[in-house]
Write a protein that binds this ligand. Structure first.
Ligand SMILES: C[S@@+](CC[C@H](N)C(=O)[O-])C[C@H]1O[C@@H](n2cnc3c(N)ncnc32)[C@H](O)[C@@H]1O
Length: 324
């Protein structure tokens, strides 16, 4: 008798009950279940931990859907209320308005701020951190959208079908965000090196003033400082100009001066919109960093001789290996 091989799920709990009359619920005579077929190994059952994680994830996805639905409903209600009261319906600018605002340029024809998030760190982040990184990109987009002076925003170095791309795809409508996405092209392929500055906290140069026409690159890396100095190393190896934020020039902080990607973006946006560095820093960085405005009174401590005056980014010599 001829034997037919049929895959039968070894876990009866996850077998969907058959709804079709012609679908057999038991293996047919002469049909051998995969789990008992000689020469095959049954699939490894999931461990308790893996099952727990799966259940948690499913519950989270369900919760997120519900939250999103509730939020949509709330927004609809708000719009209805506003309409009834004859108030303007929209809270933030529309995409069209945003584009128009972004097109508002300085005297030299450049946008108020041009930033690229360098997302070329796909392979260095675990899934959890990839998710955080994409969440930060979403915040960056929102900050830009809500700013009175939205900048030109690029998400560069995304690997086509890579982990970051896949996490972007989990966000409804991500393709419609007013952002320039660049797949398999990094900032090095996109912008003129002479007018590009990679922001890194290890740089010896200080970003004193935002230069119109300059593209500021922020590393899209969530690494809990496991790769200390990596962005700086990559930027200098590529022969790019670098600069650090003027944090220590304006505030005293209890902790390290490494900020997250979206805090750096938020800070730049506020300064581009006209805030002074001190106010923007104090408004942006988390309270746990314990930042306090520097005492700028006449009798404040004199500078130590070894505290060299920071060099302005514009006076930075071209990186070695490049034509001056
Ligand atoms: C979380 S940090 C990445 C830390 C990473 N270990 C590294 O090598 O830079 C994310 C990005 O924010 C920017 N950044 C953070 N703090 C900064 C600072 N004090 N000055 C300039 N850029 C900063 C850098 O572009 C950095 O790549």
């Amino acid at each position: 008798m001829e034997t037919t091989l049929q895959v039968v799920d070894p876990d009866p709990q996850v077998v969907e009950p058959s709804t079709q009359a012609d679908e057999p619920s038991k293996p047919l005579p002469g049909v051998v279940a995969l789990s008992t077929c000689p020469g095959t190994t049954p699939g490894t059952p999931l461990s308790k931990n893996q099952l727990k994680k799966q259940r948690k994830l499913a519950a989270y996805v369900e919760l997120r859907k519900l939250r999103r639905e509730k939020e949509r409903e709330r927004n609809k209600q708000k719009r209805r209320d506003a309409k009834e009261q004859g108030l303007p319906i929209r809270t933030g600018p529309s995409r069209k308005e945003l584009k128009r605002k972004q097109a508002v340029t300085g005297a030299d024809g450049n946008p108020a701020l041009k930033v690229a998030i360098d997302l070329d760190y796909d392979e260095l982040m675990q899934e959890r951190d990839i998710a955080k990184c994409v969440k930060q990109c979403l915040r960056i987009y929102t900050i830009n959208r809500r700013s009175s002076h939205p900048g030109e925003l690029h998400f560069a170095g995304i690997r086509e079908n890579g982990n970051i791309h896949k996490w972007f795809m989990k966000n409804d409508g991500w393709e419609n965000w007013n952002v320039k996405y660049h797949f398999d092209k990094t900032h090095k392929d996109l912008f003129d090196r002479e007018h590009m500055v990679y922001l890194t906290c290890e740089s010896e140069q200080v970003l004193d003033k935002l230069q119109p026409g300059c593209t500021y690159i922020i590393g899209g890396l969530v690494d809990h400082n496991h790769f200390k100095g990596l962005c700086h190393q990559r930027a200098t190896e590529a022969g790019l100009k670098t600069a650090r934020l003027p944090l220590s020039e304006h505030v005293d902080m209890k902790t390290r001066s490494v900020l997250s990607t979206y805090h750096v973006f938020e800070l730049l946006t506020k300064v581009a919109a006209g805030q002074d560095w001190t106010t923007a820093i104090l408004d942006t960085i988390p309270v746990r960093k314990g930042a306090k405005a520097k005492d700028r009174t006449e009798d404040s401590e004199p500078k130590q001789p070894d505290e060299a005056e920071p060099q302005d980014i514009e006076s930075q010599p071209p990186p070695s290996g490049l034509d001056s």
